[in-house]
Design a protein around this ligand. Structure first.
Ligand code: F3S
Length: 405
């Protein structure tokens, strides 16, 4: 793999041992993918979750002098202060990873947004920018919706990219690898972000990898929340880092552009039956509900507003807890706009900077039954011992008010 004099210097340790280690990782990834050379990036997003392995890796770079060379945002862990402020005790052993992660992020110069949808507010790439983004929903969004270029970075390679300021040139960074190869005819009715979650999950599961090209949706003008949901699930049930929607996404103004003039390798059709089957596959049976969780990926302002609208002048059933996970900036906006107050008065919480897949939820809800609108929550079923029923947002709120569904 060709390296410039400057890059050879990084590898040799001229900018310190941490950068040399990061460069060694970048070169190994590049050689594995037959990359000819490196290319500079303009921004990055890391997705460390506070686990021992995350802190070990961050410490390995930070304690050897590495520092972000480009603006770099980060994923959520959990908001210890908020949990304690509402009477939920957090044991010291759970606070340590959060505290240490914050300190390591400071040392590395990471912008502490603690949010898994940075492309909506804090870290928005422009068309054509080369970036290093980890996080399931982030890579499809920046590639497909923004028209920026990122491979599906692991959180380690995203941080390595940030401290070297470059990535190996391969995969989705190259024109020829950004063309669609699977035609997806959408015959299903897509009413809101829940249906986009189901669509993404169904297609990701069916195709596994590749670049799906959606047709039949051009009259819908999908919202940012819907596109976030679509990409999150494509990258959860499958390993899809990019998609096109003909007439909507910037590299697919028509079918010819989406496929680069080639014929699709495969064609699939998704109907309402497929969406319902996907929901049934992932969802627990209806019944009594102990908690409601929204925000995987983090809810944006429109989604928070919708929760507030559905909860206005209502009271959540005693014994049921309702959580909306979002960024601290969206929570602050919700406070200013009165939505936080409405949700709190109904008995619900908005918690910022917190991920679904965290120890705090396991301690609170292991063995209990939750309801959510995101198929991604299935991560937490076997992993955290939580059981989820999967329903549309309005049905989840109904369940919160009645105590079940
Ligand atoms: Fe975000 Fe955590 Fe879900 S990072 S997408 S809330 S698993």
């Amino acid at each position: 793999m060709y390296l410039t004099d400057y890059e050879q210097g990084l590898l040799a340790g001229k900018e310190g041992k941490g950068v040399a280690e990061a460069m060694r990782i970048q070169v190994a990834v590049g050689e594995a993918y037959d990359a000819e050379r490196m290319v500079e990036i303009s921004r990055a997003h890391e997705a460390f979750g506070g686990y021992d392995s995350c802190r070990w890796f961050m410490g390995m770079l930070a304690n050897r002098g590495a520092h972000c060379q480009v603006p770099t945002t980060c994923n959520p862990i959990y908001d210890v202060e908020y949990l304690e402020s509402v009477g939920i005790p957090v044991p010291e052993e759970d606070k340590i990873p959060v505290r240490e992660t914050i300190e390591l992020r400071k040392k590395l110069g990471i912008i502490q947004t603690d949010n898994c949808t940075p492309y909506l507010q804090d870290n928005i790439p422009r068309y054509g920018e080369v970036v290093g983004f980890a996080e399931s929903s982030a890579t499809p969004y920046v590639n497909s919706v923004c028209g920026a270029r990122s491979n599906r970075e692991a959180t380690e390679s995203a941080l390595a990219a940030s401290v070297t300021g470059r990535v190996p040139l391969y995969g989705l960074l190259l024109d020829e690898n950004r063309k669609g190869d699977i035609l997806v005819k959408v015959e299903a009715t897509l009413k809101d972000d829940f249906d986009y979650h189901l669509l993404g999950y169904a297609v990701g599961k069916e195709v596994g990898t590749g670049i799906p090209v959606f047709v039949g949706m051009s009259s819908l003008r999908p919202s940012p929340a819907e596109l976030t949901s679509l990409g999150a699930q494509l990258a959860t049930s499958g390993a899809v880092g990019m998609y096109h929607i003909v007439g909507i996404t910037p590299e697919a103004h028509d079918l010819e552009a989406a496929f680069g003039g080639k014929s699709p390798k495969r064609k699939i059709t998704i109907t309402n039956v497929d969406l319902r089957k996907t929901q049934e596959l992932l969802s627990g049976q209806g019944g009594k509900v102990d908690f409601v969780m929204f925000g995987c990926p983090h809810y944006n302002m429109t989604q928070v507003q919708d929760v507030a609208r559905l909860l206005e002048r209502k009271t959540i059933k005693k014994g049921v807890e309702l959580w909306v996970l979002t960024s601290f900036s969206t929570k602050e906006l919700a406070r200013r706009m009165g939505f936080l107050d409405i949700i709190n008065k109904a008995g619900g919480h908005i918690i910022a900077n917190t991920c679904f897949d965290m120890m705090c939820w396991e301690r609170l809800y292991k063995g209990k039954v939750g309801i959510t609108d995101s198929p991604k929550a299935y991560y937490c079923d076997p992993h955290r011992g939580l059981n989820f029923i999967l329903r549309r947002r309005s049905e989840c709120i109904e369940a919160a008010l009645k105590g079940g569904c």
